[in-house]
Design a protein around this ligand. Structure first.
Ligand SMILES: NC(=O)c1ccc[n+]([C@@H]2O[C@H](COP(=O)([O-])OP(=O)(O)OC[C@H]3O[C@@H](n4cnc5c(N)ncnc54)[C@H](O)[C@@H]3O)[C@@H](O)[C@H]2O)c1
Length: 286
């Protein structure tokens, strides 16, 4: 019998409890990367907690698909999908304008659009390195800057959440660009927390562990590369990573969404400049 069953704990891979009281009622959120994976999970979590949500992605079909799910769950009028490349300054500014035109203001912003090109250092193509910096750092900068401009002008404070990774604290092997950009995001958040604190804008990072469900980062080629790196078969990759965690639980998008809802809500009103590690106990460094 598994130790989880014996102790009456939740079974590995079980969904995280989803329902949250409407702590974000009347709040407006913009989420980038909301067409897939963790961005989508966070957009869904914020909507479930009562927020109106703009789902922003370069992949409009993905964002529309996520929006359709939200309309089915909550009815119309609470979500908006916007095609936007986060590396394009004008497109980012337009996405924020559209959100405010539709919902009146902006209280929460989550930057989640990211990529993870993984190669050993000696084989790393410079164009892949540059693209990762462009999306994971410049994209986060442009989105954070626009959110800060809007929230400062509104004068009501706000919550800015950067989706980093445990790899921003504890590097992954053969993942130079991801490690560097995810660490960079953490330090961006700390600096912005200092800068924006006087305006009541809180800035925090979430550093998730490996989240497989719904993620396009964890595509078959990436899994293959991880299997090679670890000397295991592709089908052993998920159990291998779950086995690295203290809890032995597969992290679900809802687990990360729950942290985002808390960081977006007034319950975390004194939390800023922090990294909340959401990894079932894999990384213990700060
Ligand atoms: N899945 C994980 O294990 C994991 C763990 C820790 C952190 N993260 C972070 O979560 C975020 C999302 O990862 P995911 O696994 O859900 O990936 P994903 O590929 O499933 O989702 C990323 C989304 O970002 C969008 N995107 C990519 N480039 C864009 C651009 N230029 N402009 C706008 N949108 C763009 C994609 O279209 C996609 O919908 C990333 O920042 C990643 O670093 C993921």
């Amino acid at each position: 019998m598994s130790p989880h069953k014996k102790k009456g704990l939740k079974k590995k891979g079980a969904a995280a409890p989803a329902a949250t009281p409407p702590v974000l009622k009347d709040r407006v959120a913009l989420v980038t990367g909301a067409g897939s994976g963790l961005g989508r999970g966070i957009a869904e979590g914020l909507a479930r907690a009562g927020a109106k949500v703009a789902l922003v992605d370069i992949d409009l079909a993905g964002a529309e698909n996520a929006c359709a799910g939200l309309v089915r769950e909550h009815g119309g009028g609470r979500c908006l999908c916007i095609r936007c490349d986060v590396t394009d300054e004008a497109q980012v500014a337009k996405a924020f304008r559209q959100t405010v035109d539709e919902f009146g203001e902006l209280n929460i912003c989550v930057a989640a659009a990211g990529i993870a090109p993984a190669f050993p250092l000696v084989e790393f193509p410079v164009d892949k390195w540059r693209r990762a910096l462009e999306i994971n750092l410049t994209g986060y900068f442009l989105v954070g800057r626009e959110a800060a401009r809007l929230m400062t002008a509104q004068g009501k404070g706000g919550s800015l959440i950067l989706l980093s990774s445990k790899s921003g604290l504890d590097p992954s092997k053969s993942n130079s660009a991801y490690n560097a950009t995810k660490a960079g995001e953490i330090h961006l958040a700390r600096g912005w927390a200092l800068e924006l604190g006087p305006a009541g804008i809180r800035v925090n990072c979430i550093a998730p562990g490996n989240v497989f469900k719904g993620s396009k980062i964890w595509n078959p080629q990436y899994i293959e590369m991880c299997a090679k790196k670890r000397g295991i078969k592709p089908e052993e990759v998920i159990p291998y990573y779950v086995g690295l965690t203290a809890l032995g639980i597969e992290i679900q998008p809802e687990d990360v969404a729950n942290v985002a809802v808390w960081l977006a809500s007034d319950a975390s009103r004194v939390i800023t400049g922090q990294v909340i590690v959401c990894d079932a106990g894999q990384v213990f460094v700060r």
